[in-house]
Each structure stands twice: as structure tokens, then as C-alpha cells.
Design a protein around this ligand. Sequence first.
Ligand code: SER
Length: 340
Amino acid sequence: MRKKVILITGANGEVGHGLVSRLYESGERSILTLDIKPLDDALSDKVQAHVVGDILDTALLQRMMSEYEINAVFHLAALLSTRAEFTPEAAHRVNVEGTLNLLHLAVEQSRWLGYRVTFIFPSSIAVYGIPSLAIKNSIPPVKEDEYCQPTTMYGCNKLYCEHLGRYYSAYYRRLAASPEPFTLDFRAIRFPGLISAVTVPSGGTSDYAPEMLHSAAQGQPYNAFVDEDTRIPFMVMPDATKALLLLAAAPAENLTRSIYNVTSFAPSAGEIADIVRRALPDADISFDPESKRKDIVDSWPAQMDDTAARRDWGWLPDYGLTSAFDDYLIPAIRQRYEMA
Ligand code: SER
């Protein structure tokens, strides 16, 4: 008998930490995780099993399919935007070929199980590419179908994988003599920058916000690689995991699209620094813009329009800018670094 599970790839990452914990707290006891590294100690009691391995290893994925009945996939594994610029072809392999392998796994599972396996894919603000700062500063919040001309390998990868998901969900095998009745149920969320009190991101370009906070909490100086007036939307991790689970649970008939923006607040980098300085008066934050990384952030919208998510599946963030810091980030980060 194969064991019924929810599969989470990239479980050691930022979103993985938040999602595994939230699922466990909600009573879920059938979590199977896959990551290139052994699972972090903080998570190991919360999962049924962990597989150490690479999403590019198709033999490994086949073995997992034979051992487990995978009801839903949260495919979080990816190389983030800054890191991907250093090794674009490697990023393409992980971000695109890896996603293709997982989509194939979910299609196979759907066929065996006789229902559509839900495939939740975190996409990103990086799929957008605003041509100039002047345009960025003059346009209303960006909707899902606008400005989809990414400037990074990561953004290209995420945008293309959204299309792959749509393809496997709706069009896969349409020319086959006897098309299989079951495909997967692909749903994607375009996240803004994410900030967690528990983990520090690695290799992203929205990292200046969490890095400011975590450096200050550890008494370390921080030199931000963007301008004080650089602005993109952000969201705290509890809201990101809430969005993933809300979308996964939404009745299919309510969904008018397969890819949704979500957002909560959009402070400038200077405003974030001011909030951190107020909460942690010893914070030593300066700005020394680095053109390549700043250009990437400048190509992302200052605001995203998440009307469709609010309308179709009741998306609403729990945290605004003030409550994100006062009620979640600052108390949790004090606890993490055991500050008074
Ligand atoms: N946070 C991601 C990054 O900076 C964007 O989704 O790469």
C-alpha cells in the first residue's frame, strides 16, 4: 500500500519552513519533504518522511512515486534571482527542468489516483519587467497580464513554468489518440518580496529588507544594495503560507485564472530602515546602491494588483506594514536572537 502524502519540495527554504510548520500546526501529519540537504532539525518532527535528493534526479522521483500516493504538490525548490544571475544555465536546469519533472510526477499521480492532483507553484514579482523607473513610478498597481517581460533568468524561469503548469493542466495530450482524462490542477501565486522572522533568505534580490532586520537584530551593520526610495511590495511569511493554503483549498469553480498576484504592503527601503531603527535603536543601516541588483529591483513593480485573488478565493493579508513589524517580525526576531 502506498502512503498518502502531501509533497513539499525545497522544504529547507524560507517558504518551506513556514509552510511545513503551518501545515503541521493545522493537524496535517502526512507531509513528505524533498530537499537537496537533510531536513533542518526544527522541521524533522513535523514530517512523515524526508527524502534527500535533487529534483533533477528522475530515478529518485520515480521511486518516490512508487512508494507514495502524492495527493498534492507544493513545489518550492528554486534558485532565487540574484543567485540565478551568476549561474543562469544551472538556474534554468533547476527552475525549469526541475519543475517539469515535478509536473510530470503530478500528471502521473493524477492518472493513477483518478483525480486531479493539486500543484501549487510559488511564482514571483520577478516575472514582471518594467522598462524604466519613470514608468514604474507612474503606473497603477500591476495586474497579472501586464509587463510580463522579466529581466532575470529567475523571472524568465518562473514565467515559463507558469505556462508549463497551464499547459499540463489544460492542454497536455490533447492530440493523443485516447487522451487521458486526468491532468493536474495547477495553481500559481506571484509573491512579492517575503520577510520571515525565522529564516534569512539566500540568493534573492528582495533580500535587502529581511537582511536589514536580521542584521540589526544580531547587532551587525548592514549596507543595503538599493536606494532609500527603492520600492517594491513585501509580505510576511505567515501571510505567504496563508495564501498558499487558501489557494490550494479554493474550489476549482471559483478560480477564473491559474496565476494570481498577492500582496500586502509596499514600503520604500528607507521606510523599512526607519521602522527597524525605531524598533531596534542600535541598528546600523546604510545605503550603498549596487547597480546590478538595484536594477533588478527597479524592474519590479512598486505595487501589484491582487484584486483577482481577493475576489476568487478570499485572499486578504493578516498583516499590514505596522502590524507586520509590531506584532510579528520584531517580537519573533527578539525571541530568535534572544534579545531582551
Ligand atoms: N524574493 C525573490 C528574489 O528576490 C523574488 O521572488 O529572488
